[in-house]
Ligand binder design. Structure first.
Ligand code: AMP
Ligand code: GLY
Length: 424
């Protein structure tokens, strides 16, 4: 089987490594991939949002199965175009990807179907939003409607901050058309949990839960990033919470999408907050999370390609999806200065014994050398019997990976380990 994976980050590297375990897979192409992915797949210099280029490549190269991983090609309708050429795909169609592509859509969906989420108001002009803020409770959360490279959510601790956020999104168009509408919502508190799930529109199979670490600095300080590390499972996500989420959030969401004529097939990601009033949805993503995938897929014991194909074929209900009872930790090594500005072009050295547990995100190959080329450079994952062992093994790997200007958080897993201790 010839497989094509659209995307080029650590998440795609983790997907590719897992797909390679299937003996029927003969070739994997990554569009565009990256310098580290090049060890595991043939990288083709076609960008993830070049839908026409992707479709032509797939048709010309006899691709048997395609996985579209990032949000932007999904929201643009890459899966729809591949399907028109008869290429089976993993990933939602455009009309279902809107669950991530428009926060106004997803909030209205939750309201209509009684799915627990933060209370909110929608605005399509700055004047009304600013008027509303005069009496809105503080802190408040401002969200640009559309995709904004993970930067479209602003938690405002004062009314002035909230007003600045509204002006920068709606008047200065900081995120372009993504800010034509905004959501202003209630600020929630509680532990956050990421739950990725497989769904074929009929059955929902949640994967092992995980915990992201979004802020750049230790103890959750500093700017928001794409994610500086993850652990799985998330100790706050007990069996009781899982059952409540299945009944009140996961199944109702999949059913709601069906009722709207927007059947979702692929990986539906639930970003949850466990509040005092129960679990609530913070966000939906129409795809695997990054760096959640780097801890979730290493714990998948079933064959990933088989599971993905069952999602495509609508036979997920008859397919075994088994996860290991072990724990995993991924520590992201970034370029110092990320997410603002950073130097790149430094040579990366990864010991051969660690290659199978490293997922490369921002690196390119030049004259046979692997050089840093992005903010998040790579993630080192370790799987072990306990979370404590997994965390320490991931950090041991990090100590043996070198590049100039490397930066990483020292406390990935700390909060989760404290929660495990409290529970015992
Ligand atoms: P997102 O870009 O949607 O993942 O949001 C980024 C982060 O903002 C989330 O991981 C939460 O930590 C935080 N956040 C989003 N919405 C809320 C909310 N209503 N209350 C509190 N925190 C929130
Ligand atoms: N790690 C959060 C996301 O993938 O959106």
């Amino acid at each position: 089987m010839k497989i094509m994976v659209v995307g080029g980050g650590g998440r795609e590297h983790a997907i590719i490594k897992k797909l390679k375990e299937n003996p029927t897979v003969t070739e994997i192409f990554a569009l565009p991939g990256n310098g580290g992915i090049a060890r595991d797949a043939v990288c083709v210099n076609i960008g993830a949002t070049d839908t026409e280029g992707i479709v032509n490549f797939a048709a010309e190269n006899g691709i048997d199965y395609a996985v579209v991983a990032p949000d932007d090609p999904l929201v643009l309708g890459c899966v729809d175009e591949l399907q028109k050429k008869g290429i089976p795909c993993f990933g939602p169609e455009k009309k279902a990807a809107i669950i991530e592509g428009s926060k106004v859509f997803s909030k209205n969906l939750m309201k209509k179907y009684g799915i627990p989420t933060a209370a909110y108001e929608v605005f399509d002009n700055a004047e009304n939003a600013l008027e509303y803020l005069k009496t809105a409770p503080i802190p408040t959360v401002i969200k640009a409607d559309g995709l904004a490279l993970g930067k479209g959510v602003i938690i405002a601790n004062t009314t002035e901050e909230a007003e600045d956020a509204v002006r920068s999104i709606m008047e200065d168009k900081k995120f372009g058309k993504s800010g034509d509408s905004i959501v202003i919502e209630e600020f929630l508190t509680g532990p956050e949990v990421s739950v990725l799930s497989f769904t074929d529109g009929k059955t929902v199979v949640p994967m092992v839960s995980s915990m992201d670490h979004k802020r750049a600095g230790d103890d959750d300080t500093g700017l928001n990033t794409g994610g500086m590390g993850t652990v799985a499972p998330n100790p706050y996500y007990t069996e009781e919470v899982a059952e409540e989420c299945m009944n009140k959030i996961f199944l109702p969401t999949v059913n709601a999408m069906n009722k709207e004529g927007r059947t979702f097939k692929g990986c539906l990601y639930f970003g949850l907050m466990l509040t005092e009033d129960g679990p609530k949805v913070i966000e939906y993503n129409c795809r695997f999370g990054d760096p959640e995938t780097q801890v979730v897929l290493p714990l998948l014991e079933s064959d990933l390609l088989t599971v993905m194909q069952s999602v495509t074929n609508g036979t997920l209900g008859n397919t075994e999806v088994k996860f290991s009872k072990k724990s995993a930790c991924c520590v992201v090594m970034a370029s110092e200065g990320y997410p603002v500005s950073y130097k790149k072009g430094f040579e990366i050295s990864i010991p051969e014994v660690l290659q199978n547990q490293v997922y490369v995100a921002g690196a390119e190959l030049k004259d046979g050398k692997l050089l840093t080329s992005g903010g998040r450079v790579l993630g080192a994952t370790a799987v072990d019997d306990t979370l404590e062992k997994a965390v320490s093994a991931a950090y041991k790997a990090v100590e043996n990976i070198r590049f100039d200007n490397a930066y990483y958080r020292r406390d990935i897993g700390k909060r989760a380990l404290n929660a495990v201790k409290e529970a015992n």
